[in-house]
Design a binder for this molecule. Structure first.
Ligand SMILES: Nc1ncnc2c1ncn2[C@@H]1O[C@H](COP(=O)(O)OP(=O)(O)OP(=O)(O)O)[C@@H](O)[C@H]1O
Ligand SMILES: [Mg+2]
Length: 260
């Protein structure tokens, strides 16, 4: 995987503002296929915004993003970002999955239906095949026996597992996880982090994980990004960032979160 000629995700000088508020102020990032990257940093530093821009939930006003060499966002002659033609854009977007803090399951559908809905409707998979696949992913996240339950009958941790299975069922090459354990009771967090760790070790997907679990970031990821004020202030191997960060700002942040 690492012998591909170019990084799988390439981000160049990415900018995103909300009104006067500059949230991403020139993000540059290359991520090889299969890498698991943890994103840490203070509240409001732009972590979620970067993921939302990659998921195409927000449009950047400047910058470029290539996925597998194909442009998701590119610049026109006047310095504005442009999107590829609709079909191409949709195809690229389908290669990216995201799991959020709040699981947003369809409440009126069973667990199984939650997982099969998008493969059937978006990918055109037959319901039979989608079910077989869904059971495989539910088994993977330890919830095969809950296939016929409704979301309201599940714990928060179980709901989050369903959300992960639902995202996996779309076979994304890139998975974005935004603080997916933040809404969970503490005793449910470990299981979700162990699942992420397992997915990362397989190297089948490129993963970006916004997390405030520093032990997880240090022990499970291949690489850690420290965000501050809309830029990536540090980018390196977990041990390097945690043991000798190059910026005082990183040291202060780590000190404050590790003291909690
Ligand atoms: N849709 C929006 N409209 C206006 N402002 C927004 C919007 N989304 C984010 N912001 C602002 O952009 C800044 C960065 O937000 P973002 O959610 O990316 O931060 P974050 O690093 O994920 O923070 P946290 O750790 O608290 O989740 C914040 O000041 C936020 O209020
Ligand atoms: Mg956030």
């Amino acid at each position: 995987m690492t012998d591909s000629p170019e990084p799988f995700i390439q981000i160049r000088d990415l900018h995103k503002s909300f009104g006067d508020l500059k949230v991403l102020q020139g993000i540059n990032l290359d991520i090889p296929a299969g890498e698991m990257v943890s994103v840490i940093g203070p509240s409001g530093s732009g972590k979620s915004t970067l993921l939302r821009v990659l998921m195409t939930l927000e449009r950047p006003e400047q910058g470029e993003v290539l996925i597998g060499g194909e442009p998701l966002y590119s610049m026109d002659g006047e310095g504005h970002t442009t999107l590829p033609p609709k079909a191409q854009f949709r195809a690229l977007r389908n290669r990216i999955g995201m799991v959020f803090q709040h699981f947003n399951l369809f409440p009126h559908m069973t667990v199984l239906r939650n997982v099969t809905e998008a493969p059937v409707r978006v990918l055109g998979v037959s319901r039979k095949d989608a079910k077989a696949e869904a059971m495989k992913y539910l088994d993977e996240v330890g919830l095969a026996e809950k296939a016929d339950a409704y979301p309201a009958q599940l714990s928060g941790g179980q709901k989050q597992r369903v959300a992960i299975a639902r995202a996996l069922a779309m076979h994304p090459e890139i998975m974005l996880f935004d603080e997916i354990t933040s809404a969970l009771d503490p005793e449910l967090v470990g299981g979700i982090l162990a699942l992420l760790d397992r997915l990362g070790k397989r190297k089948e997907m490129t993963m970006l994980i916004v997390t405030h679990h520093m032990n997880f970031a240090r022990q499970s990821s291949d690489r850690v990004l420290f965000f501050d004020g809309g830029v990536i202030l540090e980018d390196g191997k977990p041990d390097d960032i945690f043991t000798h960060p190059t910026h005082d700002r990183t040291r202060e942040f780590l000190k404050s979160v590790l003291e909690v």
